[in-house]
Design a binder for this molecule. Structure first.
Ligand SMILES: [Zn+2]
Length: 290
């Protein structure tokens, strides 16, 4: 009898462990947001209708982000310098490039994108979804490495990317492989990527035809909106200035208004991807936000 009772209590203990284990896996696994550092971009504030005095810091940051959700792994933007085009030394490397329109650019970079991805515990093959804020060169550099992921793109942006005549600030060789990627053409103003309201692509056209921003709802950090190039310098937001090279300035104005309303409605912070000082303060991968 004693033995039987012991067996029963043991069974009950096992049952409790199994049940608690079950509820643990069933409970929402926290969403993680990793910030990747894509280097420092030398820039000229007059391209944004700002002066050196207005901005203080003329340099811009380059960023990419990995969102790990129970239903998939989404990479948002892919940096300014293709990993295969430079060799890391452990110290910052100055990388100069010439855009198709002849303009020179300089990016100082320290760690390849795929090395930051790997340090976070992921290989390119484990990235299930790719979304770009837009197709300018400083966001597409490593896109080809993620051509096996499902690509989330607006039709107008995809059309611009594979048009016969391209914008001068575009490096099509860096994203050419996306042409045959499994593609989801996003049509909704707010596209719910994983169906639970935590990761939303929001339309914000104007900088390019199908420019978008990304909302991520994190359990501890709260809502975060990744800006794409809706703004570059934070003074564009505070001083209401537009870049000189928008695809459509009216659309940008409307998109900014819509995103500001979204930020209020969702009580979110805006992370301006190119804001050097704000980006410098963020935890970088493999540390992450939850
Ligand atoms: Zn940019």
């Amino acid at each position: 009898m004693m033995k039987h009772a012991k067996t029963l209590s043991l069974l009950a203990a096992v049952f409790i462990v199994v049940v608690s284990g079950f509820s643990r896996t069933n409970a929402q696994t926290p969403i993680k947001l990793y910030v990747f550092d894509g280097g420092i971009l030398e820039s000229d504030p007059t391209r944004y209708r700002l002066t050196k005095e207005d901005v203080g810091t003329t340099q811009l940051s380059v960023a990419a982000y990995l969102i790990v959700h129970p239903k998939g792994v989404l990479l948002w933007d892919t940096g300014a310098v293709p990993d295969e085009n430079w060799k890391p030394t452990g110290s910052p490397v100055v990388h100069k490039l010439v855009l198709p329109d002849g303009q020179g650019r300089q990016v100082t970079i320290r760690t390849p994108l795929k090395a930051q991805l790997s340090a976070s515990g992921y290989s390119p093959a484990q990235v299930t979804h790719l979304a770009l804020s837009h197709h300018h060169w400083d966001h597409t550099a490593n896109a080809n490495a993620f051509a096996r992921a499902t690509w989330l793109v607006r039709q107008s942006e995809r059309d611009a990317m594979f048009a016969d005549k391209l914008a001068g600030t575009v490096t099509p060789m860096t994203y050419s492989a996306l042409k045959t990627s499994k593609t989801v053409v996003v049509t909704a103003d707010e596209h719910d990527v994983f169906g639970d309201g935590t990761v939303i692509l929001k339309s914000a056209p104007g900088h390019t035809p199908g420019h978008q921003v990304l909302y991520v709802k994190l359990a501890k950090t709260g809502g975060v909106v990744l800006s794409g190039d809706l703004y570059h310098y934070p003074q564009e937001r505070t001083m209401n200035r537009l870049p000189t090279f928008e695809f459509n300035e009216e659309q940008t104005r409307a998109a900014r208004k819509s995103v500001e309303e979204f930020l209020t409605r969702t009580k979110s912070q805006l992370w301006i991807q190119h804001d050097f000082n704000a980006h410098a303060k963020l935890k970088k991968a493999p540390e992450n936000y939850q």
